[in-house]
Write a protein that binds this ligand. Structure first.
Ligand SMILES: Nc1ncnc2c1ncn2[C@@H]1O[C@H](COP(=O)(O)OP(=O)(O)O)[C@@H](O)[C@H]1O
Ligand SMILES: Cc1ncc(COP(=O)(O)OP(=O)(O)O)c(N)n1
Length: 274
């Protein structure tokens, strides 16, 4: 029997279910890879104290990783919210010799404005994890922070950002243009060639967790044997359909619909150009 590829997300738990570990595992399931998790923190706002980020101990992080690694085995790893310098250093140690595909989503701030990376952790992310990544997937504000505050406004800015971020050492850089005016264009740079992936912007505010869903889908497709370009193409199509069927149970920004492709048939068409 052929078993599905084993994929691990190391990220924060988003209690509301739209992002983080929850988005990653839903995406892994939709794409038929075997999902496992290391929870670094719980993100959930306490109604009285207002405390939003509840860190897990280093011991708990190490225990989860050891379980996934020894009891199951890992083909690909996705990193999401790590929050602190200490967790980044711990995760860097844990995965140091893994040789697995490594997708780094440099999560910093959620769409609801929750702070998901401490200021003093940015340098550690740049030095300890990004250089070893198979691909990094910053959105525009994250790319801007990684480039020391550079202003990014249009697709040409995204192209230059991808080229400059590549100098930090990752094999591939995907800068996501979710916040561009007009079409939703993402730019991939592999050190030699720029490829752009574009879809018409969908008129919705329910995009919570879109970035997590996208990077989880990229991880899943690479684990299934796609090249990086093929994986980004397929993942962009998957996340676009998830965004198209995004919804909300309340009057706040709602989740993307991870089951969009399964429930509604064909995934969205993505224009790919060099
Ligand atoms: N309204 C939209 N219509 C279509 N695609 C979108 C829309 N908003 C974001 N995207 C796409 O969703 C993916 C996630 O991007 P983004 O929202 O920028 O990430 P993040 O959730 O990390 O902030 C990207 O492919 C981006 O182009
Ligand atoms: C626990 C947790 N991790 C990551 C995010 C950010 O998710 P992302 O898909 O990058 O963007 P938002 O749409 O949520 O801003 C999160 N919110 N929570």
């Amino acid at each position: 029997m052929n078993y599905p590829p084993r994929v691990l997300t190391i990220a924060g738990s988003a209690a509301g279910g739209s992002a983080g570990i929850q988005a990653d595992l839903k995406t892994f399931q939709e794409l038929d890879v075997y999902g496992m998790s290391v929870v670094t923190a719980l993100v959930a706002k306490h109604p009285e104290t207002g405390k939003n980020v509840h860190m897990q101990t280093q011991e708990a992080i190490e225990a989860q990783f050891a379980t996934a690694n020894k009891q199951v085995g890992i083909e690909a790893i996705k990193l999401g919210m790590l929050f602190s310098k200490e967790v980044i250093e711990c995760v860097a140690d844990l995965i140091a010799d893994s040789g697995d595909t490594l997708v780094v989503d440099p999560v910093m701030i959620g769409k609801m404005n929750s702070k998901l990376l401490a200021d003093d952790a940015i340098d550690a992310l740049k030095k300890e994890l990004i250089p070893d990544a198979s691909i990094i997937t910053p959105n525009m504000p994250e790319a801007s922070v990684l480039l020391n505050g550079r202003n990014l406004e249009n697709v040409d800015d995204l192209r230059q950002a991808a080229v400059d971020l590549h100098k930090l050492g990752p094999a591939n850089v995907l800068v996501k243009g979710g916040r561009l005016a007009g079409d939703a264009v993402d730019v991939l740079y592999d050190g030699k060639r720029i490829t752009t992936f574009s879809v018409p912007r969908i008129d919705t505010e329910h995009t919570s967790g879109a970035g997590c869903t996208y990077s989880a889908a990229i991880t899943a497709y690479i684990a299934k044997g796609y090249s990086v370009v093929e994986a980004v193409h397929a993942a962009k199509s998957f996340v676009t359909t998830a965004i198209a069927y995004g919804f909300s149970y309340t009057d706040t920004v709602g989740p993307t619909y991870h089951a969009g492709v399964r429930k509604h048939g064909e995934a969205h068409t993505v224009k790919v150009s060099n």
